[in-house]
Design a binder for this molecule. Structure first.
Ligand code: 4AD
Length: 576
C-alpha cells in the first residue's frame, strides 16, 4: 500500500519556493502553493503562531499544533492551484509559440541570406543626386508603366521604415531632404532588408516616379529601387541599442542633451539647426547689403565689457585673462579704417543661474556703426531684422521649416513699438507686475527677466525699450543730452523670449569715458587701446549685440535657447 504523503504549511515561517520539501522542518507558507506543487490528494498539515506574532528564536511553545487543513481552505487552495496550472500552461504555449516564431524567422533569414542583390549593369547609368534635387530638366519622373523616370543613385540614412506584406517603404534622409524608397521582390526579401535598422546608411539606385494620386511622399515622388547596398560598417545598432530606444519624444530633456549627437538627427532639432544656418547666412548677406565689413576679434581678452560677475577667467601663460563677453570694444577700434563693421563670434558669460535664455557660450552677432545718431541706430536695427527675416523666408524650404516649428509665425510689423524705460516702469505699475522684491516697480529698477517677458507677451509685438538709467547699464554708454539720468541705449524685446538685442550709442568723449571707468571702479590701464579711440579722431558711433540663439528661440518658437545651438553650454553642462 502506498504511504500517504504529508506536507506542512507554516503561515508564519514557511516559504513558497522550490527549495522547500514540505517536511516539518521545511514547510511551505501557503496551502495554495503546496497544493499547486503536490496535488489535491496529498495530506496537508498547517499551523501558525498563537498570537499572530512570532517571538524571536521561534519558540515552539508559541506555536499552535499542526492541524489538517480545513475543508474550506482546501477548496480555495485547489481553485488557486488550478488557476496556476492554467497560467503555467498558457506560458508554456506562449514560449513554444515564440520558439516557433524564432525558428521560422531563422529559416526565413537563412533563406534570405541566399538572395544575392547585384546591380544590373545593363540598366541606364544612375546619376548621384542629393535627396532634394529636383531639376526637372535632369530628373524626369516616371508617371506610368510606359513612361520611365530618371534612374538615380542616392545615399542617406534610414529615417523610418515599414513593411506592407512583401513591399518595404523606406524614408531615406541625407540632411538635404527625405525620399520615399520602395523595395519589392528580392530587394524586400533579402537578409539586409529583413534586418534593416533605423539610421543605417545606404546606397540605393532606382527609378524616380511620381507618387500615385492620393498618396503622399516628400516632393511628391518615390524611388522604385532596383539595387541597394549597405557597405561594411554602415549598419546602425539595433535591439536595445537602437536609436529609438535611446532618444524619443518621451525622453527627459537632460538625457536628450546628453545624447545631443543623436537628438540632432530628429526632425525638430535638425530643422532648428537648418534654420540657424539660413539665418546666419541671411545676416551675412544683409550686412553686405548694408555695406558692413566682417571682422574677427579675439576670444581671449584682458578687458571686461559687461561687468565682472560673468567673466570666465583663466590662466593665460603667466597672466590672467578672460573669455570675451562681447567683441564690441574691438569692433569700435575698426571703425576708423574699415567703416561700419560686424562680427559673428562666440561670447562667453559665466552665468550662474539656470534660465531658459542664458547660455555660458553663445553666438553673438554684433554690429558697430560710425557717425550715426541714436535714431539712426534704431532704424538700422529695424531694417536689419526685417530684411534678415525677409531673406530667410524667401527660401521656400526654410520657410516651411519655420512654419512647421512655429505655425503662427508672422513677419513683424514696422515700425517696431518704441518705449522709453520710464514709460515701461509706468506700464508695469499700471499692470500690477511687481519687481524682483515683490514691490511696485520704480525708476532705477532693473527690469527682471520675468517682468520683461510678461510685458512683451502682453504687448505681443517687437519692442525697442530705450533710455535706461546710467546706473543699470554698462560703463561705455552715451548719456542722453536731454536727460543725463539716462543713456542712449536700447533693448529689443520679442514675445516669448524677451531681450534679444542690447545696443547703445558709445561715450565718445575721452574725459567722460575716463570718469565712467572711475565710477565703475575699473582700472582704465588695460583699456588703453580702447580709450585711444577717443584720442585719435573720436566720432559719434553706436552698435549692438544680438544673441543668435534667442533670435532663433523666438523665430522657431523654442522654449529654450539650449535647443537653438548645436551643443549647448550652460551652468553645469560642458558635454558632449
Ligand atoms: O545686452 P548684452 O550684454 O550687450 C552686449 O554684450 C553689448 N556689448 C553688445 C554690443 O553692443 N555690441 O548682450 C547682447 C545680447 C543680448 O541681448 C542677448 O540676446 C545675448 O546677447 N545674450 C545672451 N544670449 C544667451 N546667453 C547669455 N548668457 C546671453 N547674454 C547676452
Amino acid at each position: 500500500m502506498a504511504t500517504e504523503q504529508i506536507f506542512h504549511i507554516d503561515e508564519d515561517v514557511g516559504e513558497d519556493s522550490t527549495t522547500q520539501t514540505g517536511a516539518q522542518d521545511s514547510p511551505y507558507k501557503s496551502l495554495g502553493y503546496a497544493v499547486f506543487t503536490h496535488g489535491e490528494t496529498a495530506k496537508y498539515l498547517t499551523r501558525k503562531s498563537k498570537t499572530g506574532d512570532i517571538p524571536e528564536g521561534s519558540d515552539e511553545s508559541a506555536r499552535l499544533e499542526w492541524k489538517p487543513a480545513a475543508k474550506a481552505a482546501m477548496k480555495k487552495a485547489v481553485n488557486y492551484a488550478k488557476q496556476q496550472q492554467k497560467k503555467a500552461g498558457r506560458e508554456k504555449e506562449l514560449l513554444a509559440l515564440r520558439q516557433k516564431e524564432d525558428e521560422d524567422r531563422k529559416k526565413v533569414l537563412d533563406e534570405a541570406k541566399k538572395i544575392v542583390i547585384e546591380e544590373d549593369l545593363s540598366l541606364p547609368k544612375a546619376d548621384k543626386i542629393k535627396l532634394d534635387e529636383a531639376d526637372p530638366a535632369k530628373i524626369k519622373l516616371g508617371n506610368g508603366s510606359d513612361v520611365k523616370g530618371t534612374r538615380v543613385r542616392v545615399f542617406g540614412r534610414v529615417h523610418r521604415e515599414r513593411r506592407q506584406k512583401d513591399v518595404m517603404f523606406i524614408t531615406l534622409r541625407d540632411g538635404y531632404g527625405f525620399m520615399q524608397v520602395i523595395f519589392t521582390g528580392p530587394l524586400a526579401k533579402c537578409y539586409d532588408a529583413l534586418t534593416l535598422t533605423r539610421e543605417t546608411s545606404m546606397e540605393i539606385t532606382g527609378e524616380l516616379r511620381e507618387v500615385p494620386s492620393g498618396a503622399h511622399a516628400p516632393l511628391g515622388r518615390e524611388l522604385h529601387a532596383d539595387y541597394f547596398k549597405i557597405h561594411a560598417g554602415w549598419k546602425a545598432a539595433g535591439g536595445d541599442d537602437a536609436i529609438t530606444n535611446r532618444v524619443s519624444k518621451d525622453t527627459e530633456h537632460a538625457t536628450l542633451l546628453d545624447l545631443r549627437h543623436l537628438t540632432l538627427r530628429g526632425e525638430t532639432a535638425s530643422k532648428v539647426m537648418l534654420v540657424r544656418d539660413a539665418v546666419e547666412h541671411a545676416f551675412n548677406l544683409v550686412f553686405k547689403e548694408l555695406r558692413m565689413r566682417k571682422v574677427s576679434p579675439p576670444a581671449l581678452v584682458q578687458t571686461q565689457v559687461e561687468g565682472g560677475a560673468t567673466l570666465f577667467k583663466f590662466q593665460y601663460y603667466n597672466e590672467e585673462a578672460y573669455l570675451t563677453q562681447s567683441s564690441q570694444l574691438y569692433l569700435e577700434t575698426c571703425l576708423p579704417s574699415m567703416g561700419d563693421v560686424y562680427c559673428i563670434e562666440k561670447s562667453f558669460r559665466a552665468e550662474k543661474s539656470l534660465t531658459r535664455r542664458h547660455l555660458a557660450e553663445y553666438t553673438h552677432i554684433e554690429g558697430e556703426l560710425d557717425f550715426i545718431t541714436f535714431d539712426d541706430l534704431l532704424t538700422h536695427l529695424e531694417q536689419l531684422m526685417c530684411r534678415v527675416l525677409e531673406v530667410t523666408m524667401s527660401d521656400p524650404v526654410v520657410k516651411q521649416y519655420i512654419l512647421d516649428l512655429n505655425p503662427e509665425f508672422k513677419m513683424p510689423e514696422r515700425p517696431f513699438k518704441r518705449m522709453k524705460y520710464s514709460d515701461a516702469i509706468d506700464w508695469l505699475v499700471e499692470h500690477d507686475i511687481p519687481n524682483e522684491d515683490g514691490e511696485k516697480h520704480k525708476f532705477g529698477d532693473d527690469i527682471a527677466e520675468a517682468a520683461e517677458r510678461r510685458m512683451t507677451d502682453i504687448i505681443n509685438r517687437p519692442i525697442f525699450l530705450t533710455h535706461f538709467p546710467t546706473e543699470i547699464k554698462a560703463f561705455y554708454m552715451q548719456k542722453d543730452k536731454e536727460d543725463p539720468r539716462v543713456t542712449e541705449s536700447v533693448d529689443c524685446l520679442m514675445p516669448g523670449v524677451g531681450e534679444i538685442i542690447g545696443g547703445s550709442m558709445r561715450m565718445y568723449d575721452y574725459e567722460e569715458l575716463m570718469a565712467a571707468f572711475q565710477r565703475e571702479g575699473i582700472d582704465p590701464a588695460a583699456y588703453y587701446w580702447y580709450t585711444d579711440q577717443r584720442k585719435y579722431g573720436s566720432s559719434p558711433h553706436g552698435g549692438y549685440g544680438l544673441g543668435l540663439e534667442r533670435f532663433l528661440a523666438w523665430l522657431c518658437k523654442q522654449h529654450t535657447v539650449r535647443d537653438c545651438c548645436l551643443y549647448p553650454r550652460y551652468f553645469g553642462r560642458c558635454k558632449p
